[in-house]
Design a binder for this molecule. Sequence first.
Ligand code: XMP
Length: 517
Amino acid sequence: MKNRVLILDFGSQYTKLIARRIRELKVYTEIIPFRINIDQIRTLSPGAIILSGGPSSVYKKNAPKISRDILNLGIPILGICYGLQLIAFLSGMVVDSTKNREYGLATLEIGKKENRRLRSQLLKKVKNNSKVWMSHGDIISQFPRDFIVTARTENSEIAVIESEKRKLYGVQFHPEVIHTTEGTKLLSNFVFNIAGLKPDWDMENFIKSTIINIKNKVGKEKIILGLSGGVDSTVLALLLKKAIGKQLIPVFIDTGLLRKNEYKELMSGFKNKLDLNVIGIEAADIFIAKLANISSPEKKRKVIGKTFIDVFQSVEERVGKVKYLAQGTLYPDVIESVSVNGPSVTIKSHHNVGGLPKKMNWKLIEPFKELFKDEVRKVGKELGLEDELINRHPFPGPGLAVRIIGRITREKIEKLQQADLILHEELLHFNIYNQVWQAFIVLLSVKSVGVMGDIRTYENVAVIRMVNSIDGMTADWYPAPYDFLKKVSSRIVNEVKGINRVTYDLTSKPPGTIEWE
Ligand code: XMP
């Protein structure tokens, strides 16, 4: 058995959080759609399995289910919410709909009868009467055979079940959310005491094993890597350089859609601070020409993805045959596209993943596709990257193109760059830069009337967008201080010709996305 946890996803909004919590315990974990079959599970040979929550009800037609045989593999299994109900259902217990959905905090009463507590492996050292987070419509109503019930809440008589003999465990609440105060303790009991896994997943080991894998895979071939200036591609460059040295061809393209002065500053940083032998390509004319007259966000992304590849191909003429293209694709990008019901609806074709043409001459190498962003930052730290680069805000592959709503012109890019620079300066000045995940300006094509020095103006609107997030999958808008907003908006309207109104975006993700396009 491998030292890893497999999470079978039944569509819960919290599934990714389970993965985060397990990795925080330093155990490697992967999320797999529930449709995986028993042979695939045998091949993956996980040391433990977690069945996630999900919006369905086990009795519903087409409810997502797994084969009963998976429960008999002898691998320890923990079912969370829907996962618990599924274990119960497959073990012949009765699951009922409650009249009222139970949502929010509840108090966990451990083992009313003396013996329950003593025999509970899952709740070992978990404090009695701690708070747990509930979010369910069904409950188990019939006392389970083969199992013991080790805890209850006011509305769920059967809140935790355990079968030491069958190695099956289930909780009605969500131990992965922060509101369940003893959740980490419970997960750690499952992973270490019950499944006997070892805490060996850390970034030092990740770096060592990735370097070996890349060396074996690539041999003497060359890898081309597009740098964006963001933390993912920069850290990837350092890792690949360590693995294959001069066989790495790092390329930084000036698409004309970067922030003001960014191309020059980053080129010099790559060479002087990181000792990367970067090929710089000034291709603004090409990108801007290809984008002329395009206003659809998806079309912009596709055109940019294709143009990146065209420009990379010109590099091959300089350096000889290249076999691989490396990308800093992250785990959230991957799991977003493997939802429970197969590939999910495309929300955005991220340049990293979907914006690339289907037919390419290179094979993709994506060493970070198992990592969350904060893990990439840790890898960067291990590799000696300085904080300023590690903490840079994420910047989308298509750059300012997805921050100019509608058609792109040089004039609009220039306006946006100026406004963005002002925001950036004030973020540093007010010491806010490191408190937010991302902050940027969006330029709208909408015009509004204003008055400046007794003169009527009719100019564009700029939006300040500031959010906090852990992995970019969900985000909250940031309550920026008034003084800061006052300064930024006043500077933009006064200093950037063509913008006469500034607004603040108060939308979280979901329902919004972080970028506007
Ligand atoms: P959304 O707008 O999808 O963005 O909520 C989530 C995070 O991803 C960044 N983003 C991108 N990153 N290529 C990238 O490398 C892209 O095409 C792309 N689109 C969005 C976005 O800035 C945010 O941090």
